[in-house]
Design a protein around this ligand. Structure first.
Ligand code: CP
Ligand code: NVA
Length: 302
């Protein structure tokens, strides 16, 4: 049976651990210039309805390194944009390629693509989830602390796609997640409710100091995500107290790391001092997209 990655909930805890382990191996092999080619002859289609630097390049480079190939379908350049249904696109792509990465707006579009495809579908970001990013972030945390389990992870800022994916990660892995979001800007309410009902250590508040206090990992993201450009000015006012800066970092553990999925708006959600500072793991975090996604592609396509 084909598998998809629409949200982190599509994976079990054991599968996440296996992906992290394989990503570590693939990263080591890559560093030694010994990339295996398990995906020779395989093709990945990449439907992008929003811009991307990291997701696009890491998937394309990853496919090439694994011996496969990829086809980038830029925003506005497929018949989807002229009204061809996603279900028809799914049937056709299933006959050409071995998997699809899709970056789009509605999660439902990704679900529809998966339902009508006979090949694995990977969510490369929607308005509500960014599973590949948070899986890679788990790898970065594991590299720094040996494990994510038992740690305190803080989310400061918007309860966006990244925050939702952190909630799904905390459903499977044993770390405590403290989210500090302005009133009305929290993560998906149903998801949070389910997670809390299951007794997971996931807490939502409004005070960044509370979230960051003694945390191992401090996470933030832009205040206006792709598609929310019209709200950007208003959001800047609401989110001002949620900046990750040197002052806030003093509350975290001395060995704490800062994560940002990038792109960052320096001087808004994070200062350059922190992003470029010794506690920033953002650059390893960006690199790890490549290695984690290679493990994911190998697992889904082999
Ligand atoms: N973090 C991330 O997904 O970056 P891109 O938007 O550049 O792909
Ligand atoms: N929340 C951001 C993440 C970008 C990688 C967005 O959706 O624009």
């Amino acid at each position: 049976m084909k598998r998809d990655l629409l949200t982190i909930l599509d994976l079990s805890r054991e599968e996440i651990k296996a992906l992290l382990q394989r990503a570590v191996e693939l990263k080591g092999l890559h560093r030694q210039g010994q990339n295996p080619h398990p995906l020779a002859g395989k093709t990945l289609a990449m439907i992008f309805d929003k811009p991307s630097t990291r997701t696009r390049v890491s998937f394309e480079a990853g496919m090439a390194q694994l011996g496969g190939t990829s086809i980038y379908l830029a925003p506005g350049q497929t018949q989807l944009d002229r009204g061809e249904p996603i279900s028809d696109t799914a049937r056709v792509l299933s006959r050409y390629v071995d998997a699809v990465v899709i970056r789009t707006f509605a999660q439902k579009t990704v679900e529809d693509l998966a339902r009508h495809s006979s090949i694995p579908i990977i969510n490369g970001l929607t308005d509500t989830h960014h599973p590949c990013q948070v899986l890679s972030d788990l790898l970065t945390i594991q590299e720094r602390f040996g494990t994510v389990e038992g740690l305190k992870v803080a989310w400061v800022g918007d309860g966006n796609n990244m925050a939702n994916s952190w909630v799904t990660a905390a459903l499977h892995m044993d770390f405590a997640l403290y989210l500090a979001c302005p009133q009305g800007y929290g993560p998906d309410g149903d998801l949070l409710h389910d997670a809390q009902k299951q007794g997971r250590h996931i807490y939502l508040g409004h005070d960044p100091h509370w979230a960051v206090q003694d945390a191992h990992v401090i996470n933030t993201d832009v205040w206006a995500s792709m598609g929310q450009e019209a709200e950007a000015a208003a959001r800047k006012e609401v989110f001002k107290p949620y900046q990750v800066n040197a002052e806030l970092m003093k509350l975290a553990l001395p060995q704490a790391i800062v994560l940002h999925c990038l792109p960052a708006h320096r001087g808004e959600e994070i200062t350059s001092e922190v992003l470029d500072g010794p506690q920033s793991a953002a650059w390893d975090q960006a690199e790890n997209r490549l290695h984690l996604q290679k493990a994911l592609l190998e697992w889904l396509l082999k």
